[in-house]
Design a protein around this ligand. Structure first.
Ligand code: ADP
Ligand code: MG
Length: 605
């Protein structure tokens, strides 16, 4: 009889399964543990977390290190999923093409179209045009209202106003007829005069309807299809705001600027493709699928994407103590994202969403580092350490301890850095694949798209549902249900969107509408996990046909997510695949599959 520990070192977590192996090799599981991995997977720093996790599991089983006969490490290399995400291309809206913001109190309501004119020039203006008046901070609200009312008496058409100060309501209250007024426009002096503009203000609690739709902008400004394509980023940037202005200047107002992104060369086992990154994530991923299985991915030196690849390889080379030339990029996942960036020449200091392609790369290193780590552990712990068991095979053995499962079975290991799939047929043959992109990329996308710059908060947003604190005594959850509190909620949370965590409600900063946050969260999960699940299963499925897979069990940390399993289930149901979360050994849920598998594999030696 011997006490044996299986250790799974992941990018995020290090998991241990501790068991007693009897004379005839049967395993009795005693305890398990999970700690955060120290350092990057496959590096010497991992020793700290391995020792912590082992001590934790030993303690739970009331055992000491001395009693441990051996430690089994997963063959965690050669793939390391890196979280590097780079915004590769961007579309910047330059010049004063738009104002889209949410001043707290705009005035009036509806849509106004006309030529921009300084309000002080109204007395001399011709009556044949419609006007949008520009009210600089030097003109007070009484004078502004007076000038507009006088213009009406002269039969001028005034269809909207853009105001520098927070005077929208004050002007509105003094007008003979209502017009939409957008205020708090900081850089009012930058608004081009004599240009066609549209002002839209929505009712309180609603968002604008016309300027957030490219076809309506096209209708209003009589745009050609080509021009309409260019206003798409504008209309998207304006979605969800309560008021907005779009100004059409003769040329170049809506300018697309693309950063030289570079080309990626996808080298597959049998074919090759060269894809310019600026074609977007979709085209890139279509090609990744087309040339799969991938052998290596190269990026054009001296470009944006080339720089990113170089950096990833360099970091990995340093960490694993190998020459850069030994490190190849094995897989990438690209997703189209919208990241907020300050509008160059913006009129209210607003941000617009710029198109970007996010990339995560997975790097291949040599097997060496794991053996080094094993030696280090032997030194530190004085316990024999063995490296063995391919991670994907171990994961499937662990997953098979889920009650109700049997071969053939496919698993998806939804981790932090990579999404792995493996499949075992009825004869016990295993087929596997590791793909770049998993939970960490989702967190990163949430962080970037919502402009949070706080990975911990982004992680919380990913893992928990949202709510809006509507009064000091009640909050409305994102599913619409209302929760009442007997003691008042922290007043600082009043009116705020919060993440509902086990430790309480945490406000989301920067402030953003609940539906927007929810959408970003769900989209990020879908873009990464649905795409990767389909990609991965296609590789491991018999004849590449997902329909030939009947059952998929989900393991790994991201399988704990409150919406990812359902998304995958929905995506795979059309292939006739049943998806469920594994329950390793009937008690670990989707956790501990690899560590459990290591012990079970040892049993048959
Ligand atoms: P690895 O094998 O790469 O170490 P894990 O299997 O530990 O990864 O999974 C880590 C990922 O799981 C992280 O991206 C983390 O955010 C995610 N995760 C962990 N717990 C949850 C949870 N309750 N809900 C959603 N995601 C989770
Ligand atoms: Mg893992």
């Amino acid at each position: 009889m011997a006490y044996v520990a299986g250790v799974d070192i992941g990018n995020n977590s290090t998991e241990v399964a501790l068991g007693k192996v009897g004379e005839s090799g049967e395993v009795t599981f005693l305890s398990s543990s999970l700690v955060r991995t120290s350092g990057i997977k496959g590096t010497l720093k991992n020793a700290f977390s391995v020792i912590d996790a082992l001590d934790l599991a030993l303690k739970k089983a009331s055992l000491s290190r001395k009693e441990l006969s051996s430690v089994l490490l997963n063959e965690a290399t050669p793939v390391i999923g890196d979280v590097a995400m780079e915004t590769i291309t961007e579309t910047v809206i330059t010049e004063s093409a738009m104002i889209g913001h949410n001043p707290s109190t705009p005035g009036g309501l509806g849509l106004g179209i006309g030529k921009t004119i300084n309000i002080e020039s109204l007395p001399g203006a011709a009556t044949t045009d419609s006007f949008i008046v520009i009210v600089a901070g030097s003109v007070d609200f009484e004078k502004a209202a007076l000038l507009i009312n006088q213009a009406w008496e002269r039969n001028l058409t005034i269809s909207g106003a853009i105001v520098q100060k927070d005077d929208g309501v004050l002007i509105h209250n003094r007008l003979n007829r209502p017009i939409p007024i957008i205020d708090e426009v900081r850089y009012i002096d930058k608004i081009p005069l004599g240009m066609e503009a549209v002002v839209e203000v929505a009712e309180q609690g609603k968002s604008i309807d016309k300027l957030s739709n490219p076809y309506d902008i096209a209708t209003l400004f009589k745009l050609t299809p080509e021009e309409t394509r260019h206003v798409v980023p504008i209309s998207r940037a304006l979605m969800g705001t309560r008021s907005a202005v779009v100004i059409k200047t003769p040329r170049g107002d809506i300018q697309e600027r693309r950063i030289a992104a570079g080309k990626v060369t996808l080298i597959g086992e049998t074919s090759k493709a060269v894809v310019p990154v600026e074609e977007g994530a979709e085209v890139l991923m279509e090609n990744v699928v087309k040339v799969a299985p991938l052998v290596e991915i190269q990026a054009e030196p001296g470009t944006n994407v080339g720089g990113m690849f170089e950096n990833v390889r360099k970091v990995m080379a340093e960490l694993t103590d190998q020459p850069v030339s030994d490190i190849t990029v094995r897989d990438i996942i690209a997703v189209d994202t919208l990241v907020p960036r300050k509008v160059t020449g913006g009129l209210a200091g607003e941000f617009a969403m710029g198109n970007a392609v996010g990339l995560a790369a997975m790097v291949e290193t040599q097997l060496l580092p794991m053996k080094r780590l094993a030696r280090k552990l032997v030194e530190e712990m004085r316990v024999p350490v063995e490296v063995g068991g391919v991670e994907a095979d171990m994961a499937i053995m662990g997953a098979l301890t889920t009650p109700g499962t049997d071969k053939p079975l496919a698993i998806l290991d939804l981790g932090g850095g990579s999404t792995d799939a493996s499949i075992i047929d009825s004869k016990g043959e295993v087929n596997r694949v590791h793909l770049a992109g998993a939970g960490d990329m989702v967190t990163l996308l949430i962080d970037r798209e919502l402009d949070i710059h706080d990975i911990d908060l982004a992680e919380k947003i990913k893992r928990n549902p949202l709510a809006k604190v509507e009064t000091l005594f009640h909050a409305r959850h994102e599913d619409g249900s209302v929760q009442f509190f007997s003691e008042h909620i922290d007043p600082r949370l009043f009116g705020r969107v919060v993440v509902v965590t086990d430790e309480g409600m945490i406000p989301v900063e920067p402030q953003e509408h609940l539906p927007k946050i929810m959408e970003v969260r769900r989209k990020a999960k879908e873009k990464v996990f649905v795409q990767n699940a389909l990609r991965a299963l296609r590789v491991v499925a018999p004849n590449g046909n997902i329909r030939l897979i009947d059952f998929v069990a989900l393991v790994g940390g991201s399988a704990l997510d409150f919406e990812i399993p359902k998304m995958l289930s929905d995506a795979l149901v059309e292939y006739g695949v049943v998806v469920g979360r594994a329950n390793v050994r009937g008690l670990e849920g989707p956790r501990n599959a690899v560590a459990t598998g290591l012990l079970l594999a040892n049993q048959h030696r």
